[in-house]
Design a binder for this molecule. Structure first.
Ligand SMILES: [Zn+2]
Length: 496
């Protein structure tokens, strides 16, 4: 099969409702590709929608790392060539790296504000796969008019459990959803709701065992069985350390569910190297397990959640100083922990050490994912700085990763993780002819994050252009206003 034919077939089989328009677009592309392939003369005669000229094109799938010109037609990459290309619009990428746009498997917020933050950090696809949603069809409907970047969601066990158990929390469980064990009827209602969410096209199943401590092994097995049956990965926030990771590996092994363990850095903390060895062994024995990390030593979550309350309520007072109230920068004590616990809001958790972050980021097992977190005007600096920080700090400044390896962790690896369930992801995470024109163009010599725990909304420097489905959403390092080229990333919808 020619690459072009293969692209068409994949698209035709993967995108039910959008099939007709995609086919038309694909034939438009086919015409351009055929034209472009005839001769260099014809390449020179073709006028592309947009061209990116003179950049260092890096594609982790093919290993291409060379100065090339890229032409875009109908939101897809139509040519990658050393020849001169002409376009109705042209981006001068000399001195810059041109690579596939970053795919974030773990991003909370999912608002225009957070999509804007993330776009400035080079993200072209932002997926909320850990908490997810309990209302998948409605979640996609709300974004139907388009967003700044591509978006998608999981069916979330935490959110479904909050609904089935009638929890009174809004963002995360605070009572019944966290602390009450489900009856047999409630457990089967939870499993059914998860299955419905998958039929509505959820990208995966989200779960967070520290947020739902009362969920029994039987309940979790019911959830993992749905995952195994539907080949949907479980994106799980495991309980801490080797014990927590062993627990989710065993649930997945017992049910044959695909497993993705989120933020291994903050799940494993001081046991990060041991946990990475565990995952390596599990993979060597054929288990379908992957993981991700964000490049910061502090975490953040809701102070009222079980994750914080269970862990810190009984600790010695000094240990409460691990917690920081981001609005004031104060470290907490017994009195302020209780006071802010009544108010609610995000809290910074200074619980990890830099060598563990380095171990997580360096491991060939980990993808980069932000765990972007933003609530009521404040949040974690990872929301705005994850990708630029890996490229600036861990590639350029410390040499922890090669540039190609970092790009692979941000693009190809997350795309591949989802391909089994979302075939359209085969067109993302690559810079190749026929792929979606989601591109990030940055200055490798300058790129760096600027956000801090006190000022988490500062955009990075050095991310010059970000293109989503062929349309720039960042140009000359600034957000472009009034554009919404981002589309849904969604599994094929099944009729019931
Ligand atoms: Zn988490």
């Amino acid at each position: 099969m020619s690459p072009i034919r293969k692209t068409l077939t994949q698209r035709q089989t993967s995108l039910g409702a959008a099939r007709h328009s995609v086919r038309l677009a694909a034939f438009g592309l086919l015409a351009v590709l055929a034209n472009a392939a005839l001769s260099a003369q014809n390449t020179a005669n073709t006028v592309y929608d947009r061209v990116i000229v003179g950049g260092r094109v890096m594609d982790p799938a093919s290993g291409l790392d060379a100065i090339r010109n890229v032409g875009i037609v109908d939101g897809r990459i139509a040519v990658i060539t050393a020849e001169t290309v002409r376009g109705r619009d042209s981006i001068d990428a000399r001195g810059l790296v041109v690579c596939p746009g970053f795919i974030d498997l773990h991003a909370h917020g999912q608002t225009p504000e957070t999509y804007r933050f993330q776009s400035l950090d080079g993200v072209t696809t932002s997926l909320e796969l850990e908490l997810g949603s309990s209302e998948v069809a409605a979640w996609y409907d709300e974004r139907r008019a388009g967003e700044r970047i591509n978006y998608g969601v999981s069916i979330g066990h935490i959110k479904v459990r909050m609904s089935v158990m009638h929890d009174s929390g809004s963002f995360l469980p605070v009572d019944e959803g966290a602390y009450r064990a489900g009856t047999a009827a409630e457990i089967s209602a939870i499993a059914r709701r998860i299955e419905s969410g998958l039929l509505e096209g959820a990208v995966s199943i989200g779960a967070g065992l520290t947020y739902t401590p009362a969920a029994t092994r039987d309940e979790l097995l019911a959830v993992f069985r749905v995952a195994a049956r539907t080949k949907a990965p479980v994106n799980v926030h495991a309980r801490g350390g080797v014990a927590g990771v062993t627990e989710v590996l065993s649930l997945a092994a017992e049910t044959h569910a695909p497993l993705h363990i989120v933020h291994i850095n903050s799940a494993a903390l001081a046991e990060t190297p041991a946990v990475l060895t565990l995952l390596n062994d599990a993979r060597a024995h054929g288990q379908d397990v992957t993981t991700e990390a964000y490049p910061y030593a502090a975490g953040m979550t809701e102070i009222q959640s079980a994750t914080i309350q269970d862990r810190y309520r009984g600790v010695p007072a000094e240990q409460l100083a691990e917690l920081e109230w981001p609005r004031t920068g104060e470290r907490l004590n017994r009195e302020s922990f209780q006071r802010y616990g009544r108010i609610g809001g995000p809290v910074v958790i200074h619980h990890n050490a830099e060598p563990m972050v380095v171990a997580a980021i360096r491991s060939p097992l980990t993808m980069v994912a932000s765990d972007a977190y933003w609530q009521d005007g404040t949040g974690h600096p990872r929301t705005t700085g994850t990708y630029s920080r890996v490229l600036g700090r861990y590639v350029r400044e410390t040499g922890t990763l090669s540039l190609m390896e970092a790009i692979r962790k941000m693009t190809l690896m997350p795309a591949q993780r989802l391909e089994g369930r979302v075939p359209a992801m085969q067109q993302k995470g690559r810079l190749s002819v026929g792929a979606d024109a989601d591109l990030t163009i940055f200055d490798a010599a300058r790129v760096i994050d600027r956000s801090t725990y006190r000022e988490p909304s500062l955009p990075p420097v050095g991310i010059q252009y970000v293109i989503v489905n062929g349309v720039p959403v960042v140009a000359n390092g600034h957000a472009v206003d009034g554009v919404a080229p981002g589309k849904a990333v969604r599994a094929p919808i099944e009729r019931r």
